[in-house]
Ligand binder design. Structure first.
Ligand code: AMP
Length: 217
């Protein structure tokens, strides 16, 4: 049976950073809905144009578009044995749709690590965040690159995400608490939630996440 891991947490909790570590360690495909939307935006696809209006305002892209996009992604060969989902699902309707899609190819969610971080910390983290085009993420205070403005991994230039502007950051956090946080209870009730304190150093969070996942994977 194919096994899928859903990484849950507010924007700025470190999902992308941790997903990169976990997917490498466990040799699993890393599916980031935000990265797929940004890729579509960059390539000016129809989906990218539709999603842009929502993303730039810090709102969620509608469920039907998001579910269809992830459904296509999950059909690709690298997801056959399972995958790590980062940023999806973000609503209970998406979580229901995910369970249905996975059941179609004999897969299921085996655990939901939830990285929790208080709201005030999230604002500080998101507004100091810089990334390279390959998705390596830094923070000017908490995780600075060795050379300012350049990625440690590939040397490319770092940029600030459009939706990391202060007003949009606040909206994204509000949207998270209103629309996504119900998933905490959803997955707790299913016995799948594993809580990890995301205010600890990056390496400690990775270790705890990996230890928790390895117990069930
Ligand atoms: P992220 O990189 O995960 O913070 O996502 C960036 C933006 O992409 C979000 O603020 C949403 O506008 C959109 N997005 C990403 N994942 C989803 C999702 N599962 N459902 C709806 N919108 C999403």
């Amino acid at each position: 049976m194919a096994r899928y891991i859903v990484l849950l947490g507010p924007p700025g909790a470190g999902k992308g950073t941790q997903a990169a570590v976990i997917s490498k360690e466990l040799d699993l495909a890393h599916i980031s809905s935000g990265d797929i939307f940004r890729e579509n935006l960059k390539n000016e696809t129809d989906l990218g144009k539709l999603a842009a209006g929502y993303m730039n305002q810090g709102l969620l892209v509608p469920d039907d578009l998001t579910i269809a996009m992830i459904g296509d992604r999950l059909k690709r060969p690298d997801c056959v044995k399972g995958a790590l989902l980062d940023g999806f699902p973000r609503t209970p309707a998406q979580a229901d749709a995910l369970a249905k899609m996975l059941a179609e190819f004999d897969g299921r969610v085996i655990c939901v690590p939830y990285i929790y971080v208080p709201a005030e910390v999230l604002i500080e983290r998101l507004s100091g965040r810089w990334s390279c085009k390959q998705g390596h993420v830094y923070h000017e205070k908490f995780n600075p690159p060795q050379q300012p403005g350049l990625c440690d991994v590939d040397g490319s230039e770092l940029y600030q995400r459009e939706d990391d502007q202060p007003a949009t950051v606040e909206r994204r956090i509000k949207v998270y608490f209103e629309q996504t946080s119900p998933l905490i209870e959803y997955y707790r009730a299913a016995g799948l939630l594993m809580e990890v304190d995301g205010t600890q150093p990056i390496d400690s969070v990775s270790e705890q996440l990996l230890a928790a996942i390895r117990k069930v994977a």
